[in-house]
Design a protein around this ligand. Structure first.
Ligand SMILES: Nc1ncnc2c1ncn2[C@@H]1O[C@H](COP(=O)(O)OP(=O)(O)OP(=O)(O)O)[C@@H](O)[C@H]1O
Ligand SMILES: [Mg+2]
Length: 256
């Protein structure tokens, strides 16, 4: 279980730009559940993921996995627990390297940098088997540079790399937002397959209400760093969610 307790985070403390994002946030994610996080721009969704992953330091509060407090672990150490896919299709992969080299890097996550460059020959067939599951034919192009792949192919590869070492928690930050609707659906389906087969706890930020309902077990709506809705996805339709969103966000007069 991933547990966030009494989390505080502010930016630019003591300046005119002080921004108090979280003031005592509590959140528990049960094992093997997929939770979608929705909420308007700037409400703190990415900040939450960054705090959980250790990209940002918390001001106070604790973040623990299965009872072990990881709040003080550096991002690199914490990454043993996490797989991450970003909105930017360039961020989760090394574009100047080949598909094979990218797979090898993901395979050697958390090993010393020098060793990460070695592609072990006896792993190549395994990488190909994993790539086959994407159904994109990438297994036949393992020596192709990732810079030549489309956004959808990159995000699919990114997903595979993020989940290769069976992380305890998968963190997805609008990972299909930069893709066209059809490709986005393909990548979401692959995400669901990977989550199912690897049995990961997943935290997925999205602005797409249909995706939130269709691809999660639980939906959390954040507003100004507070949870304003926490509900089983099976109890909601995308229309419900849009309606609730409009009600909760009405004071900002945001049209969606
Ligand atoms: N490193 C940082 N330094 C200062 N302010 C930051 C930093 N990171 C985020 N913020 C601010 O914190 C607030 C929340 O940002 P965050 O990126 O978490 O929003 P979000 O909910 O992910 O929005 P979006 O839907 O646009 O991605 C914003 O006002 C943002 O400007
Ligand atoms: Mg964000």
């Amino acid at each position: 279980m991933l547990s966030v307790k009494n989390l505080y985070k502010s930016f630019n403390i003591g300046t005119e730009f002080e921004n108090n994002i979280f003031e005592g946030l509590n959140l528990e994610l049960s094992d093997n559940t997929a939770t979608a996080i929705i909420g308007s721009n700037g409400c703190g969704k990415s900040t939450l993921l960054n705090l959980i992953a250790g990209t940002l330091e918390t001001d106070s509060g604790s973040i623990s996995i299965d009872g072990e407090d990881i709040s003080r672990l550096r991002e690199e150490k914490r990454s043993n627990y996490f797989g991450r896919v970003y909105q930017d299709p360039f961020k989760g992969v090394a574009s100047s390297l080949t598909i094979l080299e990218n797979m090898a890097i993901a395979d050697k996550k958390n090993e010393r940098i020098g060793l990460r460059w070695l592609v072990k020959k006896d792993r190549i067939e395994y990488y190909k088997t994993l790539l086959e599951t994407l159904d994109l034919g990438l297994e036949n192009h393992i020596n192709t540079k990732v810079s030549l792949l489309s956004g959808g192919q990159r995000q699919s590869l990114s997903l595979l790399m993020a989940t290769m070492k069976y992380p305890k928690v998968l963190l997805l930050d609008e990972h299909t937002a930069a893709l066209d609707p059809k490709t986005s659906n393909v990548v979401m389906d692959k995400t669901a397959d990977l989550i199912r087969s690897n049995g990961m706890t997943t935290l997925m930020i999205t602005h797409n209400m249909e995706d939130a309902v269709n691809y999660s077990d639980r939906i959390i709506m954040l507003d100004e760093g507070e949870i304003v809705l926490d509900e089983k996805s099976s109890k909601l339709t995308a229309e419900d969610l849009n309606q609730i969103y409009r009600e909760k966000m009405s004071r900002f007069n945001i049209a969606i």
